[in-house]
Write a protein of this length. Structure first.
Length: 335
């Protein structure tokens, strides 16, 4: 006589922002109960008792030790972050709790690299200043006299992972020189991409644009601080589409106010509003500056990338673990 098998329950966060169509299609070949939920706080996460897996479609609340223990006690075996960064997870606590954590590392490389280079172009051409003047009815070709040709300038990349390599390709196509710093990538590998490896301070000294592409870790938090900005050219721009915590924002603001650097393009900030259905208030002194182009953490987005991250998270690693296997994109090693 066959025993009844319990249908696994999968929590899908950000219920009010996304329907379940992508996940329903991804789970078409597996019997699973999909539970859409809205999460705003750690308490909301901890209250997800009785689920076997969580597909975190929009990171809002951190997965701290108490949250992970609560999820594990309720039977959760895997959490898949529908994105790249996992700095909001206490991975050692996840190991102790026996919970697999995975991400989707390759869903938006093209989008992020395109957004970063769009910021580079807009900064170099003063695009938004001209746009604002035209919207106000002002025709002024001499609004900016400090525009320089991009060809021949130097792009400095902090980190040389997939996104940085895609940006390097774009910069080389525009005739730029590209230098990069990454302790985990050797000079020969960079040379194959026509990029010169330099130490971090060597990047800051020569780059006309510094673009940062590293994960946020204890090692990289605050990597660009007062000392870093002081070592850059006064005509240099900085671009950050990775994580806000990589910059010491107070030091960046001081460097801009003193003229140590020329400006910046920022898609990420150290403190960001929780995502929800409507617009949120965002008060950061950097957003008010004429020498900073800012966007609300949207570098990752395209219709294709959004569908891919959700489908990959649901169809791949959640189902692998529920079928007693290891996640392909694991970021921890549970006991």
């Amino acid at each position: 006589m066959s025993q009844d098998r319990r249908v696994p329950a999968v929590a899908l966060t950000a219920a009010s922002q996304f329907d379940c169509s992508v996940e329903r299609e991804a789970f078409a070949e597996m019997d699973a109960e999909l539970r859409p939920v809205d999460v705003a706080t750690r308490d909301d996460l901890a209250a997800l008792s009785g689920v076997d897996a969580v597909v975190d479609r929009l990171f809002v609340a951190p997965y701290t030790e108490d949250v992970l223990e609560s999820l594990a006690d309720g039977g959760c075996r895997v959490i898949v972050r529908c994105g790249i960064g996992v700095d909001g997870f206490d991975l050692k606590a996840a190991d102790r709790a026996g919970v697999h954590v995975a991400n989707v590392p390759s869903y938006c490389e093209y989008e992020v690299s395109e957004h970063a280079f769009a910021l580079v172009l807009a900064l170099q051409r003063d695009t938004f200043d001209y746009h604002d003047a035209m919207r106000s009815g002002e025709w002024n070709r001499r609004l900016s006299t400090d525009i320089n040709r991009l060809r021949g300038q130097t792009l400095g990349l902090v980190g040389f992972g997939t996104i940085a390599r895609l940006i390097a390709e774009k910069a080389l196509a525009f005739g730029m020189d590209v230098v990069a710093s990454d302790p985990y990538v050797d000079a020969d590998e960079m040379a194959k991409a026509s990029v010169e490896k330099r130490p971090l301070d060597g990047i800051f000294a020569v780059a006309d644009i510094v673009s940062v592409h590293t994960p946020l870790t204890d090692e990289t938090e605050g990597l660009l601080d007062a000392e870093a900005f002081a070592s850059m050219k006064p005509t240099a721009y900085v671009v950050n589409v990775a994580r806000g915590g990589l910059f010491v924002e107070e030091d960046l603001l001081a460097a801009l106010e003193s003229g140590e650097i020329a400006g910046g393009g920022l898609d990420v900030f150290a403190e960001e509003p929780a995502d929800h259905d409507g617009p949120a208030t965002f008060d950061n002194p950097l957003r008010k500056r004429d020498d900073v182009l800012s966007t609300p953490h949207v570098a990752w987005y395209s219709v294709e990338a959004d569908e891919r991250r959700r489908k990959t998270a649901a169809a791949a690693d959640v189902q692998r673990v529920l079928r007693v296997d290891q996640p392909e994109n694991a970021v921890n090693e549970p006991r």
